[in-house]
Design a protein around this ligand. Sequence first.
Ligand code: SF4
Length: 240
Amino acid sequence: MLQSNLLETTRLHNARFAASQAHDLLKAALHDKQFGEVALVSSFGTEAAVLLHMISQIAPATPVLFLDTELMFAETLAYQRSLSAALGLTGVRLIRANAGELTKQDPDNTLHQRDTDACCALRKTAPLQAALEGFNSWISGRKRFQGGKREHLQLIEAEQGTGRIKLNPLANWSSDDTRAYIAKHDLPKHPLLAQGYGSVGCAPCTVPAEGREGRWKGQEKSECGIHFENGKMVKTGATA
Ligand code: SF4
């Protein structure tokens, strides 16, 4: 779709769904197919159970793309398997970096110590973009309260540079909303939550913290580069 058409389409969709609940937007996407072929991209992190539970109620065979960077916590991998089984999700796909590229660019798994942007590009951005081929839209669990550029998150975005639409059904949810939903539906929690990890990414780049400040701690970086803006990877939460 042409960029101008994509922007106009998302503008109209945002106006239409402005007063809708997350479940209604997901139903329009997954049941009524109003956004073409759609995948959910899930980290199986501490808040992921909300969207995963919603899609299990609407369309449990929805493609769920889980980026396994091969540097994940063992707890996340176990949670991915147990939560998928508990919710009856049948479309989960493990997405990994190209083995040849891994050998060439990061043979000893230490690239993250030298260049986190290059490591994320290798292990996250490139494999996700390849996995999203054939999809018109994808669903993200980002929320405005998480700060940085996410403060201005729209419900529906044009992903400039790829021509896809990105749906953020939880854009206006608070941390309390998420906790309340998980409690109400008695959803399994990520095991690292009890150890003080409010947000969980790759093991080498995550420390215990209340929220996303535990990711890439001490670096300017705050995004993994799977989100695009103006055709470029978003790597920081800077609002400038
Ligand atoms: S979060 Fe860290 S280990 Fe994971 S891909 Fe990015 S730099 Fe590499």
